[in-house]
Design a protein around this ligand. Structure first.
Ligand SMILES: Cc1ncc(COP(=O)(O)O)c(C=O)c1O
Length: 405
């Protein structure tokens, strides 16, 4: 059954907008995705019908808020194949989830230990480990990639050693679109008994993730990349590992017993979730995951693949356009350079035509330096984009090319 893209688009109110009188062509989905009405309704309904704090109240509203909030944990746990619901820890996003791992696993690092990351990291999964290594005296090893944006697997194997304590890599590169062979990389790291953290910020929205099947220890992602609100995300971690960690933040809800001179900690997930959480955000994330689970995911994946193929065909006919990131296994991210024009100028001209893209270093400065470029223009596609929008992108690019010639 082919996808009814018009019906899908109708569920995303913002896509009806015009920008300077032109229909919005939203191609900045790797930065953040738009929200379906189901998610907006879930948030509005929470605030209009049952706003209260969770886990605390002795009243009806609080019970209802707690039920909705904890139901979201069940929904997310099922979506990612988490063996235990308490392994789903709410965070503010991928960045906080990775920092939580650095606080937990990072405190166990010591001089002589090694942490492996890749050349294609987002700053969130690079700077966090760079700083954790500086604090602990561990060394940071950076696995190289080929010019195409594919990871050099031989180099990865060679970097693994008996000193490797943790390996962190992206499921999908935000700058290049590369889909990494996460199961294979995890299996290799596990041969050395290393902990494995997958930065799933870009991977989560493009199909099923089964953390148990992957075999990793941690999978981090942000709600806003998967049709949910900003300010909420997930660290999934193996219970047997999370339970051994020192606490992260202290305060309400994460304790078991408190006295003036000592405190003891509660069980997972609470021990890693101090203070009043982003209740509406969590409920919105639950609604987004539920909404996505009800879609025909293979059809969505096929549609995204077709969009990328179509964009690549168009790009091949456009003189002066260079695609950055040509891995065989890619999702709908098209980073590019055009005739030496500055990406910011391209973005500006496209915006005047209603086409929203990202420009700059893609939060991956070392990767841009590695590629010898200051940054890229990046169009990123989602399930609600259309072939016509790609035509509009290329029409706008032709104009930009003429103006910048
Ligand atoms: C690969 C990758 N990792 C981490 C992040 C950080 O996500 P957030 O800013 O939502 O915490 C992003 C955001 O673009 C990303 O693309």
């Amino acid at each position: 059954m082919s996808l009814d893209v018009a019906a899908l688009r109708a569920q995303f109110p913002v896509l009806n907008r015009t920008i300077d009188g032109k229909p919005l062509v939203y191609l900045d989905n790797a930065a953040t995705t738009q929200k379906p009405q189901a998610v907006i309704d879930a948030i509005v309904d929470f605030y209009t019908q049952c706003n209260a704090n969770v886990h605390r109240g002795a009243h009806h509203l609080s019970d209802e808020a707690t039920r909705r909030y904890e139901k979201a944990r069940d929904t997310v746990a099922a979506f990612i194949g988490a063996p235990h619901r308490e392994e789903v820890i709410w965070t503010s996003g991928t960045t906080e989830a990775i920092n939580l791992v650095a606080n937990g696993a990072g405190q166990l690092l010591k001089a002589g230990d090694e942490v492996i990351v890749t050349e294609m990291e987002h700053h969130a999964n690079l700077v966090t480990w760079q700083q954790a290594c500086k604090r602990s005296g561990a060394s940071l090893k950076v696995c190289p990639m080929f010019e195409s944006g594919e990871l050099d697997r031989d180099a990865f194997d060679a970097l693994l050693s008996d000193n490797t304590r943790l390996v962190a890599f992206p499921h999908v590169s935000n700058a290049l679109g590369t889909v990494n062979p996460i199961k294979l990389l995890t299996a290799k790291a596990k041969e050395k008994d290393a902990l494995v953290l997958i930065d799933g910020a870009q991977g989560i929205a493009h199909g099923g993730v089964d953390v148990d099947d992957i075999g990793c220890d941690f999978y981090a992602f942000s709600g806003h990349k998967i049709f949910a609100p900003t300010g909420v995300g997930v660290l999934w971690g193996k219970k047997s590992v999370l339970e051994t960690w020192p606490v992260w933040q202290t305060g309400g809800e994460m304790i078991q017993d408190v006295d003036y001179d000592h405190a003891t900690w509660g069980a997972l997930p609470n021990r890693l979730e101090a203070g009043t959480p982003n209740i509406a955000g969590v409920i919105g994330l639950g609604a987004a995951v539920q909404w996505l689970s009800q879609q025909d995911i293979p059809a969505l994946q096929a549609h995204e693949k077709a969009l990328l193929e179509y964009a690549n065909e168009q790009a091949a006919t456009m003189e002066g356009m260079k695609i950055v990131g040509t891995a065989k296994d890619k999702i709908g991210v098209m980073s590019f350079l055009l005739n030496g024009a500055h990406p910011a100028d391209i973005g500006f001209i496209l915006d005047k035509q209603g086409v929203a893209i990202r420009t700059g270093d893609n939060c991956a400065q070392p990767l841009m330096k590695r590629l010898g470029i200051p940054g890229t223009a990046r169009a990123s596609f989602s399930i609600y984009n259309t072939h016509e929008e790609i035509d509009q992108l290329f029409a706008a690019l032709k104009k930009a090319k003429m103006m910048l010639a």
